[in-house]
Design a protein around this ligand. Structure first.
Ligand SMILES: NC(=O)c1ccc[n+]([C@@H]2O[C@H](COP(=O)([O-])OP(=O)(O)OC[C@H]3O[C@@H](n4cnc5c(N)ncnc54)[C@H](OP(=O)(O)O)[C@@H]3O)[C@@H](O)[C@H]2O)c1
Length: 289
């Protein structure tokens, strides 16, 4: 397939780009710098210069490509506006096509809010944390468009060999500082390893008949205590930690910091059943990081 990826140089996007190229897809990646051009070229993708915020030129590619993956995010105050500008332009271009555009839009586990003892599936109510509420709206837009065959993927917290979701704890371990726990040590996080997630993107992209929401998690909910214990064991850390309240982390890090404090469980039975997806790392204990 001819695929346009937005965010193909990011943490998840690099794994998705590599997965697509390994499977013979012809990948173009949106790039906003020389550095990202080189990164995409090294992976075997073609860079296309452009910015999410100003989709005029690059979005025209959406009318010509077979598939589009949205994994770009500015993580700045304009995150919602930038995504909305991109989605609006993609919808306009998709309307010019003779057949629907296959699109994979990225949501996230934080759209479900705290689930406690419930395991969120795709029928669960969405209660997004405030800074990501716009994602739910834009997901609805792409799912409702007659010109787009859309799957919205909700990744669990993503870890990889360089850390990802575990980065703060790994940094504390390497500096021999106590782990800083946001909220509670018994908070559960749904988890997925990055390459496993990349395979889920590819499988959904290649199956245009599959539409709607798809959760992607390898483990439904792992207590933060178990994650820090494993990191302490691997890095020779004494396991000591300090707990920071929600109020403290919101003041210090901003509103997104509510995410890691959510006690969440999220299952991916639908993804497994409909695409045959199975994680290589069904437990984070077996992965490198
Ligand atoms: N990581 C997780 O655990 C996780 C879990 C669930 C959902 N998600 C969602 O997945 C998406 C990707 O996350 P990530 O962790 O891969 O993020 P990331 O590593 O920060 O990557 C962001 C990507 O967006 C690109 N980008 C940023 N601003 C841009 C702009 N103005 N125009 C065009 N491209 C721009 C970046 O390009 P440059 O290379 O030029 O910077 C990069 O490729 C986000 O929507 C995030 O909320 C992530």
């Amino acid at each position: 397939m001819k695929v346009l990826i937005l965010g193909g140089t990011g943490s998840i996007g690099t794994a998705v780009t590599q997965e697509l190229i390994r499977h013979g897809h012809d990948v173009t990646g949106l790039s906003r710098s020389e550095l990202s051009d080189r990164k995409l070229e090294r992976m075997g993708a073609r860079p296309l210069r452009g910015d999410l915020r100003t989709p005029g030129a690059w979005a025209r590619e959406a009318a010509r490509t077979d598939g589009l993956i949205q994994l770009a995010a500015t993580f700045e105050d304009d995150m919602a506006e930038a995504d909305t500008a991109a989605v609006t332009a993609i919808l306009q271009q998709a309307a010019l096509r003779p057949e629907p555009l296959r699109m994979i839009y990225t949501g996230g586990c934080w759209l479900y809010g705290a689930t406690g003892s419930q395991i969120a599936d795709e029928t669960s109510p969405m209660r997004p944390i405030k800074p990501f509420a716009w994602m739910q709206k834009n997901a609805r837009l792409v799912l409702a468009s007659p010109d787009i065959s859309a799957a919205v993927i909700h990744p669990a917290l993503v870890y990889h060999e360089d850390g990802g979701a575990f980065s703060r704890y790994l940094a504390a371990a390497s500096e021999a500082k106590p782990f800083e726990i946001w909220g509670s040590i018994s908070t559960r996080w749904p988890l997925i390893q990055r390459e496993d997630l990349a395979r889920a993107y590819r499988l959904l992209l290649e199956n245009p008949d599959l539409s709607g929401h798809f959760n992607a998690s390898a483990q439904d909910g792992v207590p933060v205590a178990e994650i820090t214990r494993e990191i302490a064991r691997r890095r020779g850390h004494d396991g000591g930690y300090v707990v920071r309240s929600l109020k403290h982390v919101l003041c210090k890090y901003g509103s997104w910091a509510e995410g890691p404090t959510l006690d969440q469980q999220m299952g991916s039975e639908k993804l497994r059943r409909l695409t045959g997806w199975q994680p290589r790392f069904s437990s984070f204990h077996t992965a490198q990081f």
